[in-house]
Every structure is written in structure tokens, then in C-alpha cells.
Design a binder for this molecule. Structure first.
Ligand SMILES: *Cc1c(COP(=O)(O)O)cnc(C)c1O
Length: 397
């Protein structure tokens, strides 16, 4: 049995969801087939009507995708997982499955920029309104809930400022008002934080990030109860088609096998880099949940098993200094992606948050001197030496 409930996290990460075929393969196969053959007309009819379980068509039933789904569900502690073509497709499928015209969402102000655009431009076209609130202020969440609010949506820690939300507290607030709590668990992954165990109803993933972990494939997932994910979300993917490809599913399920050791290694590198940055006098502030100076250090330590791979820091000299720092690095990649073995560096004010007005940037805490690093798995000595090149480039003559 590959799915015993008493197996621990790392065993489930390696074994859950696998069903060997008659070939006796050790590693999971990739099923590249769009449809499946039935033994008889009666069997075809029974599969289509749902009387008999089994594969029909790979838009919604594929054995490789199912292995990934069962493995991720086992790691998040959810009854059911539905895989999608990307992280954004996971969020869209959740919205299509749960919302109708006239409904309302309360979302953290500090969520992925594209999610903000989806909510405030595209869902708005269908008469769905979103209120944005401060991630760390439970009273603001409670005050924003209306009669027609369906769910609360957040990411924790936030990116790039690494603010931490109290998931259990917000779940209580949501449930007290008959709402669901949806958590985008992309930055922590189930290796560091399991929102369903803290009371969240739905977990969203961009598998593109740490679940893959090596920057190869696009994918996403929704995890939760059989009732919500198995019916509402599965129905959307089956019907509307934002389906994960079998090859990508295979890449992700192999990624899950090393997830916990990777996330620990990412976090350890990030911790050392954050301490290195904090010790430099050119740095005004370092945002990282593993530092005692982080305003929610205690909450992060209780809620997460490690601080994660994303940190940001502020230079006093504004945009010019931040750009000079970034351009002096040689090893780290100047790119906005995260969740890769390769460390990445970005200037949020002119890239990921470049579309915000000056006022919105101040409100979001995105200063011109802010630099974000998504720490990879290179040797820490080489990473520190590379950031030292940045510091050397900004010393006043
Ligand atoms: C990247 C990302 C997404 C979107 O995922 P894609 O796979 O790029 O569609 C959603 N949420 C967070 C937190 C992300 O970092």
C-alpha cells in the first residue's frame, strides 16, 4: 500500500498515489494518451454516466495527473486535489467553481499581482466584487466581510515583504460568518506549512514554483474537501479545460519526492543570507520571518516549520542604488521567478509592482530601495560573495 495514512510526510512524498501497472515499473510512468478504450459499449456508457469509475478522457482523467493529485493531497492533508494548467488556472477554477454574479471576495492586499488583476478586472466584469485588506489585521478582515462574501483569500508569508497571517485566527473569522478561507500556499508548500490543518478550507498552489523546484514546467493545484474540490472545482476543470499535462504532472510528482529536503535547504540558505544582509550598515531593513527582528517572528515560528526561501531588503539610496546593487551581481539571476534551485534577484518597484502608482506603492510598502531575493540552492559562500559585489558597487567613494 503506497497510501497508508500513518506514513509520515517524506514517505508520502515519495510513495503516495502510485499504482503500478502490469509492467512492474519502479518509477511512475507518463501516460501520454488523450482517450481510453472501453471493453464494450456498456462499459463506455457506465463510465460516462459515472456509474463505474475509471478513465475516460485526459482533460479530466489521466493516471499520471492523478498520481500527482493524490500525492499532493496526501502532503497537504486534504481529501482531494485537482491539478490545473498553471497557478492562475487553479485560482480561476476555484473562482468559477465557488462564485456567481453578485458575490464578494475579501482578499489580502499583499497577494500575487496577477491575482489582483484577475479579481479586480476579470471577475469584476462578471459582477464579482473584491475588497482588499491588510493581511496582518484580523479586525480589517472581519470588518470587510459582507452578507454576500463567499471566501477570504490570502498568501502567507506575503511576497516580497514576508508579512505573516494568522491562518487559524482568520479561519475562525471566516467560519463565524459562513465564509470559506482560501490560502495560496505557494511560498511555503506543505513541507513548511499545512493550512488545512490550521482550519483553511482550500489550498491553492502554483506548482510552477517550489513543487517543481527546478524552474521547468507550468502547473497548479487546488486541494480541499471531496465536497468542494471533488465536485465544484473538478467540475470546472472537467468542463472548462484548464488541465495539467501528463508530462508536467510527472515532473511535479518527482519534485514532490525531494520537497521537504529542498525546502529545508532553501530556508537554511535564506536564513544565512538574511543574517548576512542584516549585518551590513547599508541595509535599512531586512524582511524575513526567520529573523528575530521580524514583527511576526513568533507567529511564523509556530505556524511554519521553517521560514522559507523568500526575503527582501531595503537600501537607503533608492532606485539608483538598488539597480547598481543588482547589476553588480554575477551569480544570481535577474528574474522575477521564484521557487527554483537558482537564486533570483528583482527590483519590485520597477518590475512586479511597476504598474502601481506612487501612492499604491507606499501603501503596499514597496519602496524604491527594496530588493527581493528568492534564495536557491547554490553554496551559501558563493551567494554571500555575490551580494558583497552588490555592496561594493554602492559604497560611496
Ligand atoms: C506564481 C504565483 C502564482 C501564479 O502561478 P502560475 O503558475 O505562474 O500561473 C500564484 N500565486 C503565487 C503566490 C505565485 O507566486
Amino acid at each position: 500500500m503506497s497510501d497508508r495514512p500513518d506514513y509520515h510526510f517524506n514517505t508520502r512524498a515519495v510513495r503516495a498515489g502510485q499504482r503500478r501497472t502490469a509492467e512492474g515499473e519502479h518509477s511512475e510512468p507518463i501516460f501520454t494518451t488523450s482517450s481510453y478504450v472501453f471493453g464494450s459499449a456498456a462499459e463506455a456508457a457506465a463510465r460516462f454516466s459515472g456509474e463505474e469509475p475509471g478513465n475516460i478522457y485526459s482533460r479530466f482523467t489521466n493516471p499520471t495527473v492523478r498520481t500527482f493529485e493524490e500525492r499532493l493531497a496526501a502532503l497537504e492533508g486534504g481529501e482531494r486535489c485537482v491539478a490545473t494548467a498553471s497557478g492562475m488556472a487553479a485560482i480561476l477554477a476555484t473562482c468559477l467553481g465557488l462564485l456567481k454574479s453578485g458575490d464578494h471576495i475579501v482578499a489580502s492586499r499583499s497577494i500575487f499581482g496577477t491575482t489582483v488583476v484577475m479579481f479586480s478586472q476579470y471577475l469584476a466584469k462578471f459582477g464579482i466584487e473584491t475588497s482588499f485588506v491588510d493581511l496582518t489585521d484580523p479586525d480589517a478582515w472581519a470588518a470587510a466581510i459582507r452578507k454576500n462574501t463567499v471566501f477570504l483569500f490570502l498568501e502567507t508569508p506575503s511576497n516580497p515583504l514576508t508579512e505573516v497571517a494568522d491562518i487559524a485566527r482568520l479561519a475562525e473569522i471566516a467560519h463565524g460568518r459562513d465564509c470559506l478561507l482560501v490560502v495560496d500556499n505557494c511560498l511555503c508548500t506543505p513541507a513548511l506549512q499545512q493550512p488545512l490543518k490550521l482550519g483553511a478550507d482550500i489550498v491553492i498552489h502554483s506548482a510552477t514554483k517550489f513543487l517543481d523546484g527546478q524552474g521547468r514546467c507550468m502547473g497548479g493545484a487546488v486541494v480541499g474537501s471531496e465536497n468542494i474540490v471533488g465536485k465544484d472545482i473538478f467540475g470546472v476543470v472537467r468542463t472548462c479545460g484548464p488541465t495539467m499535462s501528463p508530462f508536467n504532472a510527472w515532473t511535479f510528482l518527482k519534485g514532490l519526492e525531494t520537497l521537504a529536503i529542498r525546502m529545508q535547504a532553501h530556508s537554511a540558505n535564506a536564513q544565512q543570507l538574511a543574517e548576512f544582509l542584516e549585518a551590513n550598515t547599508a541595509v535599512k531593513a531586512v524582511h524575513f520571518p526567520g529573523l528575530r527582528s521580524h514583527p511576526q517572528y513568533e507567529l511564523a515560528a509556530a505556524q511554519q516549520s521553517a521560514p522559507g526561501a523568500v526575503l527582501s531588503f531595503e537600501l537607503a539610496g533608492g532606485k539608483d542604488e538598488a539597480w547598481r546593487f543588482i547589476d553588480a551581481t554575477e551569480l544570481v539571476s535577474i528574474t522575477a521567478n521564484l521557487g527554483d534551485t537558482k537564486t533570483t534577484i528583482t527590483h519590485p518597484a520597477t518590475t512586479t509592482h511597476g504598474r502601481l502608482t506612487a501612492e499604491q506603492k507606499v501603501e503596499a510598502g514597496i519602496s524604491d530601495g527594496l530588493i527581493r531575493i528568492a534564495v536557491g540552492l547554490e553554496d551559501i559562500n558563493d551567494l554571500q560573495a555575490d551580494l558583497q559585489r552588490g555592496f561594493d558597487a554602492i559604497v560611496k567613494p
